[in-house]
Design a protein around this ligand. Sequence first.
Ligand code: SF4
Ligand code: SF4
Length: 342
Amino acid sequence: MATVKLGKTGIVTDKNGFGALPIQRVSDDEAVRILQKAYDGGVTFFDTARFYTDSEHKLGLAFKGMRDKVIIATKTAAKNADEFRKDIRTSLDNLQTDYIDIYQFHNPSFCPKPGDGTGLYEAMLEAKQNGMIKHIGITNHRLKVAHEAIDSGLYETLQFPFCYLASDEDIELVTKCKQADMGFIAMKALSGGLITDSRAAYAFEAEFDNVLPIWGVQRESELDEFLSYVTNPPAMTDDIRALIDNDRKQLQGDFCRGCGYCMPCPAGIEINNCARMSLLLRRSPSELQLTPEVQAKMMKIEDCMHCGHCRSMCPYHLDTPALLAKNLEDYKNVLSGKVKVC
Ligand code: SF4
Ligand code: SF4
């Protein structure tokens, strides 16, 4: 069993955290069963968000009466102090608890600080002083905001995408968090479905002792995979390194990381998934990407106004509108049967 200490929070937990976004898609009973099985298997860290519809409610049902046994992190996307106070009360009610271990600002476009005029950080501090939360965290997809959060000294944890396709800049954030004694919570450790070998994904995260990956779990088979890593954590081997190197090569060039830095799109296009649809179709079960909902999202690409916003925001210098068009063309060919994917 491998554990992680989340910097100055002092929280020590198993290196397999539970990402509770996907349990929105299953029934209360199924979610409770999965969450309790995760706990019984050694998982103690559970990450959710106000934004994940009924995910907090399901955590509340699962851990009622055993609150002190688990660590719960949730998030608010509040834009001002009033919304923040409302959100925190809702989170506490849903979670059936009187405290939250880590309360995080959910992917704000700026780094909330005292005196910035939003009142957000002041409301966060007030919640900490009232005992409603124990630690203050922030989640983000933007390197600039992440650096600002670390440099500010105002945050105890940072949650950021981190997987074996990480750039040197992403790795620098992990190092910087360690130096600042901040916990680093890794989201998208499977790169939103592009990484299909969870053993390799874990072995990469294991190379960073201050990183806590949270695995998005919906199905029992996925959970079983990660529970096996609680008792038997995979270590980096030559074979795994070769697999990672090969994936890095395959996913070089005009490959969208799904980071979402370029969003929101004024035409409402879900760029972070649509611009990598060809990869998702081939690297994950294709039927998941061919549902009427996903088809509707892909067809929205035709509404692109070529405003250039996404291209100017992409840290990987992708020609995003062209990439979207290329992915749509391939998608239509797959739908019509002209191109086969397994
Ligand atoms: S160029 Fe198209 S896809 Fe990109 S932000 Fe503008 S409308 Fe959205
Ligand atoms: S197009 Fe660039 S900025 Fe947008 S999601 Fe993909 S990698 Fe991120």
